[in-house]
Design a protein around this ligand. Structure first.
Ligand SMILES: Cc1cc2nc3c(=O)[nH]c(=O)nc-3n(C[C@H](O)[C@H](O)[C@H](O)COP(=O)(O)OP(=O)(O)OC[C@H]3O[C@@H](n4cnc5c(N)ncnc54)[C@H](O)[C@@H]3O)c2cc1C
Length: 292
């Protein structure tokens, strides 16, 4: 049963930040409520002050500039991202990710910021946004800070946000030339959260022969989205071949730290990480090679 709380609706960013500061001893932001209400119903979270930011228009937007890249307001619903012509043109891999995230109903109401702030290691956007080298803008009354998304996730359901802070914006740089990004989650039921997921970004060298830069990010494979840095290192400066793919997949499966739960055992997750890493590296490599 949901415990009693004081409901406070913010109609502007400044009002939201003032409410967070005023009630910083015991508060919780609610946006779409798609994740928070489940925790509240199970009494795992019982905030005294619930601060609703869903109506804050300043937090819902999608902007793109060829110089600075993409900026998405934290309260932007998943469905707006999925349907954005700007994102389709410049970051098509995000559209594919959103199309497979939950149901249309959940995507209509749930937001990108809520997804990241929830800190679920099985969330879809985290790994792919880290592969895209995203940063987040975090605001509090009278100040803001920018953090690489990679440093935002601290532990399962725990992020770098302080109680008086709000996730304001997700910033994604322009994708470098000769770069391709691939993402896939493995699940049994379509549009459910992934049992594991893998995002890979590969930038080719000037001659499109070797990998100049590789980012491999694993989802649901540890308590936070995880960079498989040793696997990345194995591929950097190399021309991909079957043997290397095999070795990188194996290395990623050794680097991760998955749990056993009702969805899969640790061993099964490691096997999936190996297979999916190989598949995503091959996909990103083939796409990147074909770019001018
Ligand atoms: C049936 C179902 C299926 C789902 N399937 C998937 C899936 O396949 N893949 C996937 O990735 N997710 C999935 N989800 C999770 C869901 O899509 C996201 O967690 C959702 O986007 C959360 O957004 P929200 O606005 O509803 O957040 P809320 O539930 O309102 O908040 C979630 C958390 O984030 C905090 N928060 C929200 N906004 C901010 C902010 N701007 N700043 C700071 N803190 C904030 C809240 O305090 C809370 O702790 C599913 C959810 C449901 C209900």
């Amino acid at each position: 049963m949901i415990r009693d709380f004081n409901y406070r609706k913010a109609s502007s960013l400044n009002e939201a930040l003032s409410l967070l500061e005023k009630h910083k001893e015991d508060n919780k932001i609610i946006c779409g409520g798609q994740s928070l209400l489940i925790l509240m119903r199970q009494a795992l979270v019982a905030p005294k002050n619930l601060i609703d930011i869903k109506s804050v228009k300043e937090l819902s937007y999608i902007d793109f500039s060829p110089k600075t890249g993409l900026k998405i307001g934290a309260a932007t619903p998943h469905r707006d991202i999925e349907k954005s012509p700007l994102i389709k043109k410049h970051y098509p891999v995000l559209i594919a990710m959103e199309e497979n995230l939950a149901s249309v109903q959940t995507r209509n109401w749930g937001t990108i910021g809520g997804n990241l702030a929830h800190g679920d290691p099985a969330g879809d956007p985290g790994p792919i946004l880290i592969a895209l080298n995203a940063t987040v803008k975090i605001a509090k009354l009278g100040g803001e800070r920018i953090l690489p998304l990679e440093e935002f996730f601290i532990d399962i359901f725990e992020t770098a946000l302080e109680t008086e802070e709000l996730l304001q914006e997700i910033q994604i740089p322009v994708i470098l030339p000769k770069t391709a990004v691939a993402y896939e989650k493995f699940n049994i039921i379509k549009n459910h959260q992934g049992i594991v997921s893998v995002a890979v970004s590969i930038t080719m060298d000037d001659d499109s022969i070797q990998c100049k830069e590789v980012r491999i990010v694993l989802g649901a494979a540890a308590s936070t989205p995880l960079r498989a840095k040793e696997a990345e290192q194995m591929l950097t400066g190399k021309k991909i071949n079957t043997k290397l793919l095999e070795e990188a997949g194996k290395k990623a499966s050794e680097e991760c730290d998955p749990v056993s739960d009702i969805h899969a055992t640790e061993t099964y997750r490691r096997l999936l990480i190996k297979a999916l890493t190989k598949k995503m590296v091959r996909k990103a490599w083939e796409q990147a090679k074909a770019l001018n």
